[in-house]
Ligand binder design. Structure first.
Ligand code: AMP
Length: 421
C-alpha cells in the first residue's frame, strides 16, 4: 500500500466533472475575449523563480538537481514561465499579446483545507497593451469566469500599489520592505522599518489607509489621509471603475481596497484579490495585477497585467454555493441478451456513439436483471435490451431507467427514441 504524497490529491470522476467544467468555462470565456492558449514546462530553471521573487522563495519551492547538475524547480506559478516564453519567443507577435494557460503548480506549503502542495491554476496575461484598458480587460475576464461558473458571491478587492509607492519616499528595496510588512499586516515590522528609515510618522497614515475598503468614496478618504500623494493612482482607479461598468461588472462585485498590497518591486499599479466568502481561512480564489517582469528577464519595458485563479478553490466555492448543475448522464446502456447478439449490440452502441450520444455496453456478459441494476447504478437514462428474437425483427427494447417504462422500437428509430424520448 502506498500513500499519496502529503499535500496532493486524487480526483475521482465526480470531482473531475466539476473541475473540467470550471476549467472549460474559463477557457471558453478567455477564447471569446481573444486570449490564446499557451503551455510551458512543468519545471524551469530555479533561477527563473529566484530572479522573480528573490532567494526567499526557495523554501517554498520543489527544487532538485537533474543528472546534468542543473538547478531546477517545479513551477510554483505561471507568470514567470509565461514572461520567460514571451521574452525568448513571443516578443515578435503583434501586441498586445493575450495568452492563457491552465495546469498544476507546486508549492512546499503546510497543507490544510484548500491549501495543497500541488494545486491548479487558471492563468491569463496581457503583454504590451495600454495599462488601463488591459487592467480592465483582465479584471472583466477574472470576474466573468466566476460568473460563468455560476458563483454569485464574488468579491473582488482592487487596489493600486502605485498610490502607496508614491507615498513612500524610499528607494525600491526599502519600499519593498515597508510594503511587505503592510501586505502581511505585520505592524511590528512596519514600525521597526519606519524607525530605521527615520519616518515613524508615516506609520499611522499607512495603517489607516490600508484599512480602507469600500466604494469609490474611500478613494477620497484615502487621498485625504495621504495628503496629496498618489493622485494619479486615485484617478486611475476611478477611470477603471468607469470601464468596469462598461463591461457590465456590477458595483457590488468589487470594492476598492487600499489594503491589497504586493511588495515585490515589479508590481507597479493596479492589484487585485478575489475572495469567496464561503471558504473560511483559505478564501482567496484569485489574485493579479499589473507588473513589469519582462525587463527583469532581459526583455524591453512593456506593460503586463494578468491573474491567477485557484481552480481547486473555485470548485470548492461553487460546491459551497450549490452552483454545479447535475453532471450529464450516460444516454444509453446497451445489454446484449443471449448467444449471438454481441456483435449486433456493438453495432448498435457504435451507431449511438457516432450520433453523439453517450452510450456504454455490457462488458461482462451479465444477465439482463444484473445488467439493469448496473445501468441504474451508473445513472444511464435508458437501457437498450437486445434479445435474439427482437434482433431478428430489427427491433430493441428501450427501458426508461427513471420511470421503468419499457417499449419496443425499430432499430432505425433507436437514435431518435433516445435523443428525444
Ligand atoms: P497566488 O499566485 O499566490 O496569487 O495564488 C493565486 C491563487 O491560487 C490563490 O488565490 C488561490 O486561489 C490559489 N492558491 C494559492 N496557493 C494555493 C495552495 N497552496 N493550494 C490551493 N490553491 C492555492
Amino acid at each position: 500500500m502506498f500513500e499519496r504524497p502529503r499535500g496532493t490529491n486524487d480526483w475521482g470522476p465526480e470531482d473531475m466533472t466539476k473541475r473540467r467544467f470550471v476549467e472549460t468555462r474559463f477557457i471558453q470565456l478567455a477564447e471569446s475575449f481573444g486570449f490564446r492558449e499557451v503551455s510551458t514546462p512543468t519545471f524551469e530553471s530555479l533561477e527563473l523563480f529566484t530572479t522573480k521573487s528573490g532567494p526567499g522563495i526557495v523554501p517554498q519551492l520543489y527544487t532538485f538537481k537533474d543528472r546534468g547538475g542543473r538547478d531546477l524547480a517545479l513551477r510554483p506559478e505561471f507568470t514567470a514561465p509565461i514572461l520567460r516564453f514571451y521574452v525568448n519567443e513571443l516578443r515578435s507577435l503583434p501586441k498586445p499579446v493575450k495568452v492563457y494557460t491552465t495546469g498544476n503548480v507546486f508549492r512546499y506549503e503546510e497543507p490544510q483545507k484548500g491549501r495543497y502542495r500541488e494545486f491548479f491554476q487558471l492563468n491569463a496575461e496581457i503583454i504590451g497593451g495600454d495599462p488601463l484598458p488591459s487592467d480592465a480587460e483582465v479584471l472583466a475576464l477574472a470576474i466573468g469566469t466566476m460568473r460563468a461558473i455560476g458563483l454569485k458571491q464574488v468579491k473582488v478587492r482592487i487596489g493600486n500599489i502605485g498610490i502607496l509607492r508614491s507615498f513612500l519616499p524610499f528607494g525600491p528595496a526599502d519600499q519593498a520592505l515597508v510594503l511587505h510588512s503592510l501586505d502581511k499586516r505585520n505592524f511590528e515590522m512596519l514600525e521597526s522599518e519606519l524607525t530605521r528609515l527615520g519616518r515613524k510618522d508615516l506609520s499611522e497614515p499607512l495603517r489607516k489607509t490600508i484599512a480602507l475598503s469600500g466604494d469609490a468614496s474611500i478613494l477620497d478618504a484615502a487621498a485625504k489621509i495621504l495628503g496629496g500623494a498618489g493622485s494619479e493612482g486615485f484617478r486611475y482607479l476611478r477611470d477603471l471603475a468607469g470601464l468596469l461598468k462598461a463591461y457590465g461588472v456590477a458595483e457590488s462585485d468589487y470594492a476598492f481596497d487600499m489594503g491589497v498590497v504586493r511588495g515585490l518591486d515589479y508590481y507597479t499599479g493596479m492589484v487585485f484579490e478575489i475572495d469567496s466568502p464561503n471558504l473560511g481561512a483559505e478564501k482567496q480564489v484569485g489574485g493579479g495585477g499589473a507588473y513589469t517582469l519582462a525587463e527583469l528577464f532581459g526583455g524591453e519595458r512593456v506593460t503586463q497585467t494578468g491573474f491567477a485563479l485557484g481552480l481547486d478553490r473555485l470548485v470548492m466555492a461553487a460546491e459551497a454555493e450549490g452552483a454545479f448543475e447535475p453532471a450529464r448522464p450516460l444516454d444509453a446502456y446497451v445489454i446484449p441478451i443471449g448467444e449471438g447478439t454481441r456483435e449486433k449490440a456493438v453495432e448498435v452502441v457504435t451507431t449511438l456513439r457516432n450520433e453523439g450520444l453517450w452510450a456504454d455496453i455490457d462488458l461482462i456478459g451479465r444477465g439482463p436483471s444484473k445488467n439493469l441494476d448496473y445501468a441504474n447504478a451508473i445513472g444511464a437514462r435508458f437501457a437498450v435490451l437486445l434479445g435474439e428474437r427482437e434482433l431478428v425483427a430489427g427491433r430493441a427494447t428501450v427501458r426508461d431507467m427513471t420511470s421503468g417504462a419499457q417499449r419496443e422500437v425499430a432499430l432505425v428509430d433507436l437514435v431518435e427514441a433516445i435523443r428525444s424520448p
